[in-house]
Ligand binder design. Sequence first.
Ligand code: C2E
Ligand code: MG
Ligand code: MG
Ligand code: MG
Length: 292
Amino acid sequence: RSKRHGGNTMHVYSSSSESRNPGRLPMETALRRALKREELLIYYQPQVCLPTGRICGVEALLRWRHPEKGVKSAARYIPLAEETGLILPISEWVLHEACSQFGVWSREGISVGRMAINLSARQFRQKSLTGQLGRILHDCDLAPDALELELTESMLVDDVETAMETMSALKGMGIHLSLDDFGTGYSSLSYLKRFPIDTLKIDKSFVRELSTDSRSFAVADGIITLGHRLELGVLAEGVETAEQLSRLYDSGCDMVQGYLFCRPLPAEQLTTLLREPPTDFLLHRSQSSKTE
Ligand code: C2E
Ligand code: MG
Ligand code: MG
Ligand code: MG
């Protein structure tokens, strides 16, 4: 469980924490520079509706164009960014960048449904979050309904009442909320029924073992039933094989996302794909680059 940080204050290193993890300071310096030198970029991965096969959303995924290592997933750096507070300027940049991209697509007549953005724990606790979102939506001329924020269970359980207030405020603005990596966190079903969320995202660990492990299938199938009984949409992430897709389809899953359809792509590459949408995206196998 992540440890708490006070308000929005920046965490200051103590020499003891640096000596515990000697690689950290250079990494922090590099991350700071990445933000300043505009080495951050976003890849976008389509979310596909079942049974239509239409793209109903796009998830923004942070990447770092490392001067030596090339384009890397930012996942490894997010915990450090959380700890140092760097996640706040990074997250603000992500929100702005992804919302502007949505605007670009809209103006080109390309409909991607909704832009899904991962929220960080610190960002979620920031008092100024709703104000910031309101400004960004306004600047990018985006309807709140076009934005989906992905939360994780761990962000919600530490202080349920405050989390409920924040979620209600976001919902009140008209923003959609989803619960990412569902099934892997500290989920309490008694909270789940109270959370004002729209969508459950089944974690890819269950999807990966869907065809080989009957228990993983039971969990995925159960999440779909549970979600529907709570009148939530259910999306499965990490769908890589036709067999996984067919099982999810049979279980009534509403949306899918994964390499089977499309890898996360830079905006320009995805634009090409979106301009000539395959008549049935479900039949489409992405031949796009293996980069991520
Ligand atoms: P996530 O939100 O659960 O994102 C899904 C991850 O699964 C992404 O990894 C995506 O590239 C990967 N993925 C998509 N399809 C498949 C598939 O078919 N198979 C497999 N094995 N993986 C697939 P990525 O981009 O490395 O991101 C990892 C995590 O980093 C994300 O997990 C999210 O929690 C976090 N993250 C990414 N971008 C941001 C951001 O802008 N802000 C914050 N706070 N976190 C972010
Ligand atoms: Mg996500
Ligand atoms: Mg996430
Ligand atoms: Mg996830």
